[in-house]
Design a protein around this ligand. Sequence first.
Ligand code: ADP
Ligand code: MG
Length: 301
Amino acid sequence: MKIAILSRKASLYSTRRLVEAAKQRGHEARVIDTLRCYMNVATHRPEVHYKGEILEGFDAVIPRIGASITFYGAAVLRQFEIMGVYPLNESVAISRSRDKLRSLQLLSRKGIGLPVTGFAHSPDDVDDLIKMVGGAPVVIKLLEGTQGIGVVLAETQKAAESVIEAFMGLKANILVQEYIREAGGADIRCLVVGDKVVAAMKRQAKEGEFRSNLHRGGSASLIKISPEERSTAVRAAKVMGLNVAGVDILRSNHGSVVMEVNSSPGLEGIEQATGKDVAGIIIEFIEKNAKPYKTQTRGKG
Ligand code: ADP
Ligand code: MG
């Protein structure tokens, strides 16, 4: 197979591992810088142009689209979909997963356990909004934050009110969520490929921090997850329409809840913590599933 990997940099760990795993299995893999792709979108023969050449003959495309380029990245991926190239994750599913509010609404509709979460536009009802999610402490999140940036813990009612009012004053969209203190600064990252959790790790926030993101200094270790957590993670990925996803779970005293579903999960932490060849498993999934024009939305959404 000829596989395109949409990624800003060939030297990134996940990108390198995917290239390596594809080559090991006898495939051709090429890293394509997403932002250097351009296209004529008003033609009967859809094409992607790249640094002066026309990209041709790809069987599959692996999108590794950073949060800061979601809009353009999804458009490039959609163009590959229109050309019939099989996407590991499709553009519509990636766009969905990048919006925390949209994701939670979709997950909740399918009965996936979630932290109690509120959303409001007007600062007039902030008091009631905080009550609605159970009162302080609460976690306040920017809708399109990532790597823990834009996630704030407000310990008291007063702090929560002022943070929410400040964000609203800046016209930022936010979620207000119950703080799951009993998780103790830890969450579980489940790496889902197809209908399986192929690797899981516990991420523990560093001392004095509640955010477990590895980018925020969190540390990773092995963890055994329950059969319920396993099936919840797989269902959450399915609801989002993602073949490959990093599903983050918090253990709360009302059960394990899904905090978010990531569409370009990093491979470094999880491969190192578990010793699993996740990149290889992803390439195998593509071998089994890649067919021309095989998407749920076929570039329509
Ligand atoms: P990001 O997309 O920036 O990673 P998350 O929603 O995943 O945002 O939040 C970052 C981290 O903050 C999580 O990994 C988790 O450790 C912590 N966290 C987020 N929400 C809660 C919550 N409701 N209760 C407890 N901890 C939370
Ligand atoms: Mg996260």
